[in-house]
Design a binder for this molecule. Structure first.
Ligand code: DDH
Length: 289
């Protein structure tokens, strides 16, 4: 295109829409991975680059895409996310004008929408940084901990109790892998569809410690094929968190609305967007709507 030769290409909505469609097509095409979709691991990539944000110092967050570099890519919490980053390399090659940091966030949004979740507004503006911007290890949550840890980690990013519970509903998606986190199994029976099943299962199933040699995790009494992390169960053992679990279990529409808002907030943490851009966010149509 003209942009590549002149270097003054300013991408518009239509250009980002092309990237959206390319990712959506690749998701459809590469359906042999895991439970049949790269969607969950792409959502996790977008979350792990955003969730390093520290409100006090303004460091971390999705701006920079510093997980490309060894110190951050090798953090224990990021084990396995190379699969998501590699999946997006052909997209980056086809649309070299988009920054990795904008691309990874867009891929998270494509995945949520293509897995039948709510529309998530998008705005570009992230700039890739060098490895000196890598965040220190330990900013992402530790699954073996409880309510105090959750409030400390998510409070550092600027989230309250309701937002912590809404964000955690992402565990309707995907699974744990023994060769990544050490934990094993999916949270729900539909790990490639966005639903409020996570909250329903937390409330309605009986969860007990799994007897195995791996890290401490819960299994459901009925099928013994689903799992919860200690941090997941903390959302029903803490009274304040539990109120929101009950609301989202009852009302999937409310969960979708709150999930869209809190994901939008998460994906924009620490990004220095152009002034006025909050009023012109892009909304993409899911491909099969
Ligand atoms: Fe998570 N998550 N997550 N998570 N997460 C794992 C997988 C996935 C924690 C731990 C783990 C969020 C919050 C938390 C997704 C999205 C989100 C795994 C398993 C662990 C462990 C990794 C593996 O073995 O492959 C903990 C702890 C927390 C917390 O304390 C709240 C949030 C906020 C999100 C989000 O997206 C907003 C997704 C999706 C997966 C599934 C990945 C996959 O490959 O499948």
């Amino acid at each position: 295109s003209a942009g590549e030769t002149t270097g003054i290409f300013t991408p518009k909505f239509e250009d980002y829409e092309k990237v959206y469609k390319e990712i959506a097509e690749l998701l459809e095409e590469k359906d042999e991975y895991d439970d049949g979709s790269y969607g969950p691991v792409l959502v996790r990539l977008a979350w792990h680059c955003s969730g390093t944000y520290d409100a006090e110092t303004g460091t971390g967050g999705s701006n920079g895409a510093t997980m490309r570099f060894a110190p951050e890519g090798d953090h224990g919490a990021n084990a396995g996310l190379v699969a998501a980053r590699d999946f997006l390399e052909p997209v980056k090659a086809k649309f070299p004008w988009i920054s990795y940091s904008d691309l990874w966030i867009l891929a998270g949004i494509v995945s949520i929408q293509e897995m039948q979740g709510p529309s998530i507004p998008y705005r570009p503006g992230r700039v890739d940084k060098d490895l000196s911007a890598c965040t220190p290890d330990g900013r992402l949550p530790d699954a073996s901990q409880g309510n105090k840890h959750l409030r400390a980690i998510f409070g550092r990013m600027g989230f309250n109790d309701q937002e912590i519970v809404a964000l955690s509903g992402a565990h309707a998606l995907g699974r744990c892998h023994t060769d990544r986190s050490g934990f094993e199994g999916p949270w729900t029976f539909s790990p490639t569809v966005v639903t409020n099943e996570y909250y329903k299962l937390l409330l309605n199933e009986k969860w007990s410690w799994r007897k195995w040699n791996g890290p401490k995790q819960y299994e459901d009494k009925t099928s013994k094929s689903l799992m919860m992390l200690p941090t997941d169960v903390a959302l029903v053992s803490d009274k304040a968190f539990k109120t929101y679990v009950e609301k989202y279990a009852k009302d999937e529409g409310l969960f979708f609305k709150d999930f869209a808002a809190v994901i939008n907030k998460l994906f924009e943490l620490g990004v220095p967007f152009a002034e006025g851009s909050e009023n012109s966010k892009m909304v993409f149509k899911p491909t099969n709507a």
